[in-house]
Design a protein around this ligand. Structure first.
Ligand code: NAD
Ligand code: DAU
Length: 351
């Protein structure tokens, strides 16, 4: 089987490439990535020689219709998994336009190309699947109780989440109007190796290790549901293999935490691992809150659990410890990302 995976040099995309190539020994992946600030080819360096033989990287924009057409024309692609997106809420508040271009128009471009190449006469070729990787943020914000289900109305609050909701609606429209074999997953907050240190967990790890202040937005009592990235990759595998076409599947860790507790947990685990007395709660700084900040996310993933048999497997304390140890073991990765040095490597290693 040949997969066309976008956003492969980012956090979840690169984890997915490792996951898929090690669990599907006959499959090949064509990976497309624009290599924005968040795309890092170092993230794929640990592929084995054999896995590299089944992986081809192409630098490019999902919104480049000519390129995407060429890829689908030249390759008999069975599945498309679209991770490529601008993914950081704070950046979407500073500059929404690029989010609209990549996340909405880029997705539309991929959908159009799939529509053009996946038909034989009037019928769709069998086994073709287009999986749009989406987020629980499209549902908006919850009060202290309740969960997002697949039927919760969309109510995005940031330009990022609005762009992801728009992409979901387009994907659904291509299924409903043209019959394109589309699937949508909506996942909660991921954590794990290779996450760009602008997101809460890796940023706190980096800052604590460098004795820098740990910025907690507002009172830190916002709640997120956290899922280890490999569990997310497994959920995508389940949906690709057994999901019902046109359906949405929520994916969550059933693992809610206040942001402030996450920061304290990172401090305490890092203190244990490093024995550095300067890593302590005095580094915490409550700073101005994010505009439009969603208070609570909590996701009901009973549909994927009941229908497809997926469930989260990584206990949070273990996942956080694995993550933290990965960052401790890869100081050069962290340094390259924080200084922008990885961009040189990207330039030298693109085809
Ligand atoms: P990321 O920012 O780490 O990676 C995104 C990747 O996409 C980067 O490599 C970037 O270079 C690439 N990219 C951006 N615009 C592109 C374009 N126009 N063309 C081609 N490549 C482009 O993001 P991530 O955290 O890995 O998220 C991946 C996907 O998963 C996104 O669609 C995001 O909305 C979704 N998601 C993320 C989370 C999370 O917690 N991180 C949770 C749920 C869903
Ligand atoms: O829920 C899924 C979403 O999770 C994904 O769709 C997004 O791509 C991903 O970035 C993530 O969005 P969040 O906004 O929840 O993630 P972030 O790591 O930016 O922030 C997590 C929480 O921590 C949020 O409530 C804001 C807060 N925060 C974040 C940063 C970076 C802080 O308090 N301080 C910070 O410095």
């Amino acid at each position: 089987m040949k997969l066309f995976v976008t956003g492969v040099a980012g956090f979840i995309g690169s984890n997915f490439v490792y996951y898929w190539l090690s669990h599907h020994s006959h499959d090949e992946i064509i990976g497309l990535d624009k290599l924005t600030y968040a795309g890092n080819l170092h993230n794929l360096e640990a592929l084995s020689r054999e896995q590299k033989g089944r992986f081809r990287f192409i630098r490019g924009d999902i919104g480049d219709i000519g390129l995407v057409h060429e890829i689908l024309e030249k390759n008999a692609v069975d599945k498309i998994v679209n991770f490529a997106a601008e993914s950081h809420v704070d950046r979407s508040i500073l500059d929404p336009q690029v989010f609209l271009r990549s996340n909405i128009l880029g997705t539309a471009c991929l959908l159009d190309a799939a529509r053009d190449f996946w038909k034989s006469g009037d019928s769709w070729l069998p086994e073709k699947r287009f999986l749009q990787v989406s987020t629980d943020e499209v549902y908006g914000s919850l009060g202290p109780t309740g969960f997002f289900t697949e039927k919760t109305p969309l109510d995005p609050h940031s330009p990022y989440s609005a762009s992801k909701a728009s992409a979901d609606l387009l994907a659904k429209a291509y299924h409903d109007t043209f019959g394109l074999p589309v699937l949508i997953t909506r996942c909660s907050n991921n954590y794990g190796p290779y996450q760009f240190p602008e997101k809460l967990i890796p940023l706190m790890i980096y800052n604590a290790l460098h004795h820098q202040p740990l910025p907690v937005y507002g009172d830190g009592k916002q709640i997120r549901d956290w899922l280890y990235v490999e569990d997310h990759c497994r959920a995508i595998e389940c949906v690709l293999e057994s999901g019902k076409l046109g359906e949405i599947y929520n994916v969550g860790g059933n693992n809610e935490h206040y942001n402030i507790d996450i920061v304290r947990l990172i401090i305490s685990q890092l203190k244990q691992e490093t024995r550095d007395p300067e890593i302590n709660d005095s580094l915490i700084r409550h700073v101005t809150d994010r505009p439009g900040h969603d208070r609570r996310y909590a996701i009901d993933s009973s549909k994927i659990q009941k229908e497809l048999g997926w469930k989260p497997e990584t206990p949070f304390e273990k996942g956080i410890n694995t993550t933290l140890c990965w960052y401790l073991d890869h100081p050069e990765w962290m340094q390259q990302v924080m200084t922008g040095e990885y961009r040189k490597f990207n330039e030298e290693h693109v085809q």
